[in-house]
Design a protein around this ligand. Structure first.
Ligand SMILES: Nc1nc2c(c(=O)[nH]1)N[C@H]1C(S)=C(S)[C@@H](COP(=O)(O)OP(=O)(O)OC[C@H]3O[C@@H](n4cnc5c(=O)[nH]c(N)nc54)[C@H](O)[C@@H]3O)O[C@H]1N2
Ligand SMILES: Nc1nc2c(c(=O)[nH]1)N[C@H]1C(S)=C(S)[C@@H](COP(=O)(O)OP(=O)(O)OC[C@H]3O[C@@H](n4cnc5c(=O)[nH]c(N)nc54)[C@H](O)[C@@H]3O)O[C@H]1N2
Ligand SMILES: [Mo]
Length: 765
């Protein structure tokens, strides 16, 4: 018997060092250098004229939403442009003139491409037509759209159960595409809808739903101007949400204060020069008033300590906590105080690693002020106790009555530009009875009632051969999920993997036996039908739905819009035997929006988005309505810390983003603000730790984790002495995903522990 055809695919690509240069890490972000870098990237990828004219449409009412982060746009966008350095880079990536066409795949086999670095793969350009990788082939070849859809339909029909298919979503998709996709998956018969949010803000969603009754934040952009204290915890806005810095600056200009809680002194948090304001270019302002350099995953220790001190002050003065608010709106206050009493101050202080005077400064500020916002991102969510990290933040806000009034509230800063919208319109593995009931009413079919698989469980199911078809609406699943080796085995176990994508990435190489690439329009591109330009809608990080309309000529006339691709798959699968007329619906976005308005709570006004103004979705916390929760009250929580029990040679590793990447898309090899030039394979380490184990700067090491006696190894990293707490390490994602175990994740949210992996270092051999 001949052995099955096997491709020899590299999971890391080229790991040779690229020629590192170290500079001082920067203590301010943005300003003129940011504009220079932004323009350099866009000019190189798309030419100067087109770059400048396109950037002027980004985040404007008549234009398109930036495909970078989900930070909201101000009501009056800046005349100098409403974009940041990293938004410009995101555009450059999408609008690049380089193309991945039939010749490209004829020349390069998937094995060859897999040996390139992620940086080089990404720079190959935009995918121009549908491609098929046959079971016994090493080269993708062109395929027609029609054949693509029939092949997918055939594979779906051959499954023993709809639960053998997985439908992933990355957070770039529009509301319309995601709504249609979710509808098709339910009509097909499964809730297997893992999405990037499972690896991202799922912990926030769980924590906020359980304590406040809605899985989203409560602040609006204008609250930043009114806040007295903004705490930025576990988030690096200078790199990942640069436009947020202008909002923080406004808070400061109005007399507010900023506390940052982070193991690193991130540039944007310390000083900032707004490239979009003339004064900012020249002045540059100190943003953070108090930087609390917490040890990795000790935020709960720190927050408990702060609340303990505040409770002591409140016992004396009675006005530190908002007792009226606590009485009227909350439940569990006494329980929280009891919990705080069980911890010793000394132990808490030691664990979080903060100095006594810094702590006191923060406590004094928080004691005095009531209009408080807490912002957070992956530094809190991606830990074993990620959900409790966030609940502890909610505890603090509840004590201070800092919810439902101007200048205060929760602010989970979202990642992908429409990750929040995708969830709102029905991308989730959980079952919502309410949604199922309306779908039945509006569309005439009964959605499945069994909970589906999230990201972690989907990988396991594929690994065990329980799922055989994998379809991805965007993203780069193979590189984004934990445990690269295990994830690759899982995907390679599938009979068919399908990627709906704009750009080439590793998930097009780490595939099932047969693989398809379905190329789609990007955000910045015109989506025209019958000579008319169409728009789609998205929801920003603060729950505002607004439209997005591309302006550029599509890179190829063979691209289809995401709704049309989903409609094509659904139409081929059902062949007219279904109550939904998939193709017609997919081709008419106004119809999709009409159906959304009939199906989804809060979408009654979605047509307003067509007028360009946008509107806010309902938010019970803004109205201080906690009726959905136990006894109609917001809930205080008892939060746990993670116990790592490190051995003497072990460290906690956080996997973070450099300044030159968007998730798995590598824009460049620099991490300007951290002083790293031309290299990604670095590990940040405290000097004292280096001396202790006898490492010198630039020593080459492997990162090694060992969970349940399974050794995982990320090879070849340069040791960089850095201002990071003792016992902690930092390295970039996705390279470090090699060492993140697939079966360790946050309780309740299943978010991988990407920010606190126990590792030791071994000299590279
Ligand atoms: N340019 C650009 N923009 C992006 C992205 C991108 O890759 N590039 N990604 C987008 C996406 S999907 C997301 S989710 C967001 C991510 O935005 P961030 O969450 O800001 O991204 P990370 O680089 O993961 O950074 C986490 C921050 O938390 C800190 N941290 C790590 N562990 C801990 C901890 O235990 N406690 C505390 N207090 N801090 C900790 C790190 O030092 C770092 O500053 O950004 C979005 N925007
Ligand atoms: N170790 C570690 N792992 C992590 C993280 C971490 O901090 N550490 N962060 C996690 C987080 S927060 C997230 S959100 C995930 C991200 O996981 P994903 O969302 O799966 O990954 P991305 O890198 O954002 O996906 C990039 C690809 O999306 C495609 N794309 C871009 N724009 C579009 C579009 O408009 N439409 C379509 N259809 N495709 C498009 C392109 O082909 C591009 O190559 O990774 C997670 N993984
Ligand atoms: Mo994310």
């Amino acid at each position: 018997m001949s052995s099955p055809f096997k491709r020899n695919i590299s999971l890391t690509g080229d790991t040779n060092f690229t020629g590192i240069k170290l500079t001082d890490s920067k203590n301010f972000a943005a300003g003129l250098p940011a504009i220079k870098v932004a323009l350099r990237h866009t000019f190189k990828e798309m030419g100067a004229l087109e770059a400048i004219s396109t950037l002027s449409h980004m985040n404007q009412k008549e234009g398109f939403d930036c495909a970078g982060c989900a930070w909201p746009d101000p009501e009056k966008p800046s005349q100098l442009g409403e974009y940041c350095e990293n938004g410009a880079k995101a555009l450059a990536e999408e609008a690049t003139y380089k193309k991945v066409d039939a010749d490209f795949f004829k020349t390069h086999s998937v094995e060859e491409i897999s040996n390139w670095s992620d940086f080089k793969i990404g720079k190959s350009g935009r995918i121009t037509q549908p491609f098929l990788l046959k079971e016994d082939s090493l080269h993708y070849q062109p395929i027609s759209w029609e054949d693509t859809f029939s092949l997918i339909a055939k594979n779906l029909m051959e499954l023993n159960s709809p639960d053998e298919a997985i439908f992933y979503t990355s957070g770039r998709s529009s509301n319309e595409a995601a709504f249609l996709y979710g509808l098709f998956v339910r009509a097909f018969g499964t809730n297997n809808m893992p999405d990037c949010s499972n690896m991202c803000h799922e912990s926030s969603g769980v924590a906020l739903s359980e304590t406040l009754g809605i899985g989203k934040g409560s602040v609006k952009l204008e609250d930043f101007e009114n806040a007295e204290v903004i705490t930025v915890i576990g988030q690096n806005p200078g790199t990942n949400h640069p436009r947020m810095l202008s909002a923080l600056e406004k808070c400061k200009n109005n007399g507010g204060h900023i506390i940052s809680v982070n193991p690193l002194e991130e540039a944007g948090l310390i000083r900032f020069k707004d490239p979009q304001s003339i004064s900012g270019i020249t002045l540059g302002s100190a943003l953070t008033d108090i930087h609390l350099q917490v040890k990795i995953n000790e935020d709960v220790s720190l927050l408990k300590l702060i609340m303990k001190r505040l409770a002591l002050l409140d016992a004396e003065k009675k006005d530190v906590f908002d007792h009226k608010f606590i009485d009227q709106y909350t439940e569990g206050y006494e329980g929280l105080l009891e919990d705080l009493n069980q911890y010793s101050e000394k132990e808490l202080l030691e664990r979080c690693g903060i100095s006594e005077d810094k702590l006191e400064e923060a406590v004094a500020l928080l004691a005095e002020k009531n209009k408080i916002i807490i912002c957070w991102a992956m530094g809190l969510t991606q830990h074993k106790n990620g959900v409790d990290n966030i609940k502890e933040c909610v505890n603090l806000l509840l004590l201070k009555g800092s919810l439902g009034k101007p200048g205060s509230g929760t602010c989970p800063v979202r990642g992908h530009s429409n990750v929040q919208g995708d969830r709102t319109v029905g991308i989730m593995h959980q079952v919502s009875e309410e949604l199922n009931t309306t779908i039945k009413k509006v569309f005439g079919f009964t959605p499945p009632e069994k909970e589906g698989l999230d990201t972690v469980k989907a990988v396991e199911a594929m690994h065990q051969g329980k799922a055989k078809v994998f379809i991805a609406l965007g993203g780069n699943f193979a590189s984004a999920v934990s445990d690269t080796q295990y994830a690759a085995e899982a995907l390679q176990n599938c009979s068919l993997t399908v990627q709906i994508s704009t750009k080439l990435n590793r998930s097009h190489l780490v595939t099932g036996k047969t693989a398809l690439i379905l190329p789609t329009l990007g955000r910045s591109e015109k989506d025209s039908k019958n000579g008319k330009d169409r728009f789609l809608t998205v929801e920003n990080s603060m729950g505002k739905v607004h439209r997005s309309k591309g302006v550029l000529k599509p890179k190829s006339d063979q691209l289809k819009s995401e709704p049309e691709i989903v409609g094509g798959i659904a139409d081929a699968y059902f062949m007219g035997q279904h109550p939904v007329a998939w193709k017609e619906l997919a081709g008419d976005y106004d119809q999709i929006r009409k159906k959304m308005s009939q199906t989804l709570q809060g979408f009654e006004e979605v047509q307003k988005a067509s007028e360009g103004t946008g509107y806010y979705l309902p938010n019970n916390v803004r109205d201080l309505d906690f009726n959905k929760l136990k006894n109609g009250k917001a809930q205080f929580s008892i939060c746990k810390r993670a116990a790592h029990n490190l051995k003497s040679n072990e460290f906690l590793l956080m996997t973070i983003r450099s300044h030159d990447q968007f998730n798995t898309t590598i824009y460049g090899l620099n991490d300007r603000y951290r002083g790293i030039k031309n290299e990604r394979r670095v590990v940040f380490m405290n000097k004292v730790d280096m001396q202790k184990i006898g490492f010198n700067p630039m020593d080459v090491v492997d990162l090694v984790s060992n969970y349940e006696n399974i050794e995982r190894r990320a090879k070849q990293f340069l040791v960089i002495p850095y201002n990071i707490p003792k016992g902690n390490l930092g390295a970039y994602f996705p390279e470090a995903n090699m060492v993140v175990p697939h079966n360790h994740y946050a309780e309740k949210s299943n978010t991988p522990i990407s920010k606190s992996i126990v590792v030791h270092l071994e000299k590279y051999k």
